[in-house]
Design a binder for this molecule. Structure first.
Ligand code: KIV
Length: 275
């Protein structure tokens, strides 16, 4: 029996967090992709992507920042609104940006409510463990599905850099314990970023909720990529885990040059483009 996580065109009903658990129980792998705008959300929906992450990676990929740290709650509300309008079927997860939950769980709670109530997110994601465990428990208690994010956590770039985490036994054991604590607090899934494949497998076996890997090896329950990386739109350099399935940067460059040449040569607009 296959789960509801279709890979062939738009789903027949909205994807739920229960669908993800069912997929894990049935050993079915699935994807999550980022989107930051309405047309991309529509494309992901049309092509059966079950989970859309409105990531704070909007900062690096769309807003011209060199990290996710400057992204604001207003930025996330704006982009989440555009995505949720374009994708009624996929589960839309919005990132809680840096600064909205580090000071207190109350702040995080309020920010999450705004993302769900004002922007149409179905769930929220925050990075790390420690105080985030309490935030997760409170959100779940209030009916807001929570996705964890462990390993390389980009909002902590000034502390940890963009370095693979959990390479030593102590770090690996801590990460497994954090994943178990998030699952016990009611998180419905955990993103595992930048960890050795062996640790990706260990965490995936340790928890009943699905893990979604990015640079965490082949054995997580799902895989996530940033859409700009998958499409070959981002300039790079890219981390090792990125695979581009298209080369849109060249494709778009070619279209822009063709327009410039046709205008310079008087070929565009042709008679068919004129009134
Ligand atoms: O913001 C983002 O795109 C993310 C993914 C890397 C998982 O958190």
């Amino acid at each position: 029996m296959s789960s509801h996580l279709s890979t062939n065109g738009s789903a027949s009903r909205p994807v739920t967090i229960r669908d993800l658990t069912t997929a894990k129980e049935q050993g079915e792998r699935f994807v999550m992709l980022t989107a930051y705008d309405h047309p991309t959300a529509q494309l992901l929906e049309e092509n059966g992507v079950p989970i859309i992450l409105v990531g704070d990676s909007v900062g690096n990929n769309v807003l011209g920042y060199d990290s996710t740290v400057p992204v604001t709650l207003d930025d996330m509300l704006h982009h989440t609104r555009a995505v949720s309008r374009g994708a009624p079927m996929p589960l839309v997860v919005a990132d809680l940006p840096f600064g909205t939950y580090q000071v207190s769980a109350d702040d995080g709670f309020r920010a999450a409510i705004r993302l769900v109530k004002e922007a149409g997110a179905n769930a929220v994601k925050a990075e790390g463990a420690g105080p985030v465990i309490d935030l997760a428990r409170r959100l779940v208690g209030a009916g807001i599905p929570f996705m964890g994010h462990l390993g390389l956590t980009p909002q902590s770039v000034h502390q940890m850099g963009y370095r693979v985490q959990g390479r030593d036994d102590e770090g690996a054991d801590r990460l497994v314990a954090d994943a178990e604590a998030l699952a016990a607090a009611g998180a419905f899934a955990i993103v595992l970023e930048g960890v050795p494949s062996e640790l990706g497998r260990r965490v995936t076996r340790a928890v009943e909720i699905p893990t979604i890997g990015i640079g965490a090896g082949p054995d997580t329950d799902g895989q996530v990529l940033v859409i700009h990386d998958l499409l070959g739109l981002s300039a790079g350099p890219h981390p090792r885990f990125v695979k581009a399935y298209a080369d849109l940067r060249s494709e778009i460059g070619g279209a822009i040059k063709a327009f410039q040449h046709e205008v310079a040569d008087g070929e565009y607009p042709g008679p068919e483009h004129c009134y």
